[in-house]
Design a protein around this ligand. Structure first.
Ligand code: CA
Length: 437
């Protein structure tokens, strides 16, 4: 997984003035993304890192010879318009690039004059999907989410028998994963009616799911499982993920094979991939298993996972309606939760995904599943917050919501803090609902 080093030192500052204390992208973060100047649609897409309110063109820095201290394989992978090449490299190679970028940007010994010409204002660039996502799997790893939603259907026994034993998941669809800011069109779908004859109509129960996206780094050959003790090294980094869900379409179609058209019309991710190197200071013990839950089987058990396998990532989601936007009101925070509350760690998800020999590939996207806490202040979906729409949520301006309405904008945010560490953020993952076709 790697060790803490000088790139995590909160005392080292950058010469980039927009990287102010408390910003999402201080020198200790250095997330990776793909950008090009917004004014030039013919410009090539480049690998960049976010620093304060700026983007540093890493491909350009490599061309200028500014990153020659990094492993040559990392420099080769910067000559690309996706992060897949970087993701396939060993962790030590990615760390060498982090060190080289950190050296350019630090205030005391950095190379300001040579580097500044490769710096772009964040507001002057376009960001796109950072990764060519070959495969997308969405897990269901929050015990509280599974309990909250299961209780709506089965009040007396919300959890299925398999739930405490294995990370439940389904295979999602990569083609409709979109970058933050992409409009989300309300989907049509077949829905149950009281007459017994279903109708095709626009979803009336459009929802969000607050999740973290986990990007796979190095993959595994088909037929060769990744042991739990090595699984953490196969995580490249994380982003925010909104698994938009049409509950009425989902409710009618999901049995017996699981989610399909109620999910695959759109999944939004944030544009910056926060690397596992940046997340090292925020590793933590997983939440204790609740009394009565069995210990994981041996292939999912590991001392390191039990002590530092989880990530302490504070998550929240915000809502802004059309009326709020027109009135100049800021988005309101609806719920706050934490990734560390999951029943399974990212490494356990990876070990389970490959235990049958399934091959993961660099750039594969794994959704954590909706991250929820036990009460209404920590619900990662409206389904839970409003009890399936039966108890609408009231906004500060008096509007109410059972589910999302056209024009509603959902914003996900994530932030890590730990004693002695510089706090880092994930930026935004947002999307606005547009009317059905
Ligand atoms: Ca989900």
């Amino acid at each position: 997984m790697g060790d803490l080093d000088h790139t995590h030192d909160a005392r080292i500052q950058t010469w980039v003035a927009s990287a102010t204390p408390g910003c999402d992208f201080p020198l200790q973060n250095l997330p990776l993304g793909i950008f090009r100047p917004a004014h030039d649609a013919s410009a090539p897409w480049r690998v960049g890192t976010a620093i304060g309110a700026h983007v540093l063109d890493l491909g350009g820095c490599a061309e200028d010879g500014l990153l020659d201290d990094a492993d040559p394989a990392a420099l080769h992978a910067l000559d690309a318009d996706t992060l897949n090449g970087l993701m396939a490299l060993p962790g030590t190679t990615v760390t060498s690039l982090r060190h080289a970028v950190h050296a350019l940007l630090r205030a005391d010994t950095g190379h300001r004059r040579a580097t500044e010409r490769r710096l772009h204002a964040m507001e002057a660039v376009t960001l796109r999907l950072p990764v060519r996502i070959g495969n997308y799997t969405d897990f269901y790893a929050s015990l509280h989410h599974a309990t909250n939603t299961g209780r709506l259907l089965r009040p007396d026994s919300p959890l299925m028998a398999n739930y405490p034993w294995l990370p439940v998941a389904y295979h999602g669809r990569p083609s409709s994963v979109v970058v933050s800011g992409t409009p989300v069109r309300r989907p049509w779908g077949q829905q149950r009616t009281s007459s017994g004859v279903p109708e095709l109509r626009p979803s009336g129960k459009l929802d969000l799911e607050l999740e973290v996206g986990l990007f796979v780094g190095a993959g595994n050959p088909l037929g060769e499982p990744i042991p739990i003790a090595e699984a953490a090294d196969h995580l490249f980094g994380c982003c925010l993920l909104n698994d938009w869900s049409a509950r009425d379409i989902q409710a009618w179609e999901y049995q017996p094979l699981g989610p399909f058209l109620g999910k695959n019309f759109a999944t939004t991710i944030s544009p910056w991939v926060v690397t596992r190197q940046a997340l090292l200071p925020f590793r933590t013990a997983p939440a204790p298993r609740e009394p009565g839950l069995p210990a994981p089987l041996p292939y999912l058990s590991d001392v390191r996972e039990a002590t530092t396998g989880a990530f302490d990532i504070h998550l929240e989601w915000q809502l802004r309606t059309t009326r709020m936007r027109e009135g100049g009101d800021a988005a309101v925070t609806v719920a706050r939760t934490n990734l560390g509350s999951l029943l399974w760690t990212p490494a356990q998800l990876i070990a389970h995904h490959t235990v049958n020999g399934c091959n993961l590939e660099p750039g594969d996207l794994l959704g954590s599943g909706t991250v929820s806490g036990p009460d209404a202040t920590a619900c990662g979906s409206m389904l839970e917050l409003t009890k399936g729409g039966r108890e609408p949520w009231t906004l500060p301006n008096g509007e109410t919501r059972g589910f999302l309405e056209d024009g509603d904008e959902v914003v996900l945010r994530g932030r890590c803090s730990a004693p002695g560490a510089a706090s880092i953020g994930f930026g935004e993952c947002h999307g606005r609902i547009s009317p059905a076709r």
